[in-house]
Design a protein around this ligand. Structure first.
Ligand SMILES: Cc1ncc(COP(=O)(O)O)c(C=O)c1O
Length: 450
């Protein structure tokens, strides 16, 4: 065994405090100390086994260490582990072409990047290339698009220091230009006066607000609107087709580039290759990430044929933006998903989980709202289904007791806390494993809610 791997395998829980002083974390919800995973299960440092309903921030569609992905990656590592973006390489050609094949017709040009936040920034830059006179962006209440800072303003690529203004200079000053508008959070609409049970009214009001901000609330033309087609971290909020189409129409009418942050929705979690395939509505730009590389880091920006993409002027460039290992993992994942009809499994088993969770609302009315499409599943907990008062501490406790019952849940939602329990296992989860999730879930609810 390699010396480093041996050190990892021999590591004892008691040693943690000694190492903790050297580590700095910028976020995340603390969990257990994980060492290895297999299929949809993960093991902690004491060898305890957990069923993982987070897929590690929804990144492991085929579960942990899929043997075929491992094999493809091993063979690629023998060929190379790193070529820079400036060199022309085969896996990149193959993956870009594959992505164009599985996503909607017009989405044909792909740029690879290195993280979610910076990919969203890349998409915003592309919007500015297409709308050079516009300097505002729109996003939704409760949206999440990453934590990166617009770095161009700090770099020479945003100045004239190379003797001419480079691509960076065209976007350096845009970082604060966001206008936020309400999202259709049907269970808990942002409007004080609103019929909570009329989804059409919520859609209508949100679309009206969006158009009003564009017409009267913006300090200049709007370059782009960026949104998740299903608001995930914000609480697993599934938008109606009516709202999705309405936004598309408003953006078209006002000449605004529509960017969909598909980082959590692409590659099958909704039971389709992307939200665009799911809704039958196509944005101008799609941003991909998370599960794309089956656990290997890779992101991408996909641009519609109707708009311009980037040029090679240094506007978006990353050292590790052409990682062949991740590209091979991404290609292998798509191959396996197509071969094994994984999208059908998502629809079937995800639908089963949804139906069973809805049945459980009879026993536990504190499960205020069950929101699910495919394996994108969230349960919003309330203290009282009448008042819909969110139960932030209750849902935190459910997650904690879940660890004790060998199941890992995620948390989501905005407001004063997170009131949504996320159940988003890998897409390979079988019906039997879904029953195991339900058994562990009900056991946990009994212990926490009685
Ligand atoms: C919808 C969405 N967009 C962007 C991001 C940011 O991605 P990254 O963490 O890779 O920067 C996330 C991460 O959770 C996300 O869920």
């Amino acid at each position: 065994m390699d010396t480093i791997i041996k050190q990892i395998m021999d590591f004892k829980k008691e040693e943690i405090p000694k190492y903790e002083a050297n580590l700095m974390l910028g976020g995340g919800t603390p969990g257990v100390n994980l060492v290895k995973g297999e299929n949809i299960y993960v093991y902690d440092i004491k060898g305890e086994k957990y069923l993982d309903c987070t897929s590690q921030s929804w990144a492991l569609h085929l579960g942990y260490s899929h043997p075929e992905i491992n094999q493809a990656v091993k063979e690629q590592i023998e060929l190379s582990n790193h070529f820079h973006t400036g060199f022309f390489t085969v896996p990149r050609y193959l993956l870009a072409t594959k992505i164009a094949e599985i996503f909607p017709e017009k989405m044909n040009r792909v740029m690879f990047t290195i993280g979610g936040g910076v990919s969203i920034e890349a998409a915003l830059k592309i919007a500015i290339i297409n709308r050079p006179d516009a300097h505002n962006f729109i996003s939704l209440f409760g949206g999440y698009h990453g934590t990166s800072f617009m770095t161009t303003g700090a770099s020479h690529t945003g100045t004239r220091s190379m003797g001419k203004y480079l691509g960076g200079a065209t976007i350096a000053h845009f970082s604060q230009n966001f206008i936020r508008v309400p999202a259709p959070y049907y269970y808990r609409p942002y409007f004080e006066v609103c019929n909570k049970d009329d989804r059409d009214e919520v859609d209508r009001r949100c679309l009206q607000e969006l158009e009003m901000q564009i017409k009267y609330g913006s300090t200049g033309p709007v370059a782009a609107m960026v949104m998740e087609p299903l608001q995930a971290s914000g609480g697993q909020i599934i938008f109606s087709k009516n709202y999705i189409q309405g936004v598309r129409d408003i953006c078209t009418k006002h000449n605004i580039i529509l960017i969909w942050d598909c980082i959590q929705t692409a590659f099958g979690r909704m039971g389709d290759w992307s939200a665009a395939n799911h809704y039958g509505v196509t944005p101008d730009i799609m941003v991909l990430g998370k599960s794309m590389g089956s656990g290997y880091p890779i992101n991408a920006v996909v641009v519609s044929d109707d708009i311009e993409g980037v040029k090679m002027d240094g506007i978006d460039l990353h050292t590790f933006g052409n990682n062949q290992v991740s590209q091979v993992a991404a290609l292998k994942q798509i191959e396996i998903m197509q071969r094994d009809n994984i999208l059908d499994n998502v629809k079937k088993v995800g639908g089963y989980l949804k139906d069973e969770l809805i049945k459980l609302q009879k026993d536990w009315p504190q499960m205020g709202d069950v929101r699910a499409v495919g394996f994108h599943i969230g349960v919003e907990f309330v203290k009282d289904p009448e008042t819909r008062e969110p139960d932030y501490s209750g849902v935190r406790k459910i997650r904690e007791v879940g660890f004790k019952n060998n199941i890992i849940f995620g948390l989501g939602g905005t407001g004063k806390g997170k009131a949504v329990l996320k159940i988003k296992p890998p897409l390979i989860t079988t019906k039997e494993q879904a029953d195991e999730i339900l058994e562990k879930y009900t056991k946990t609810l009994k212990e926490v809610l009685g």
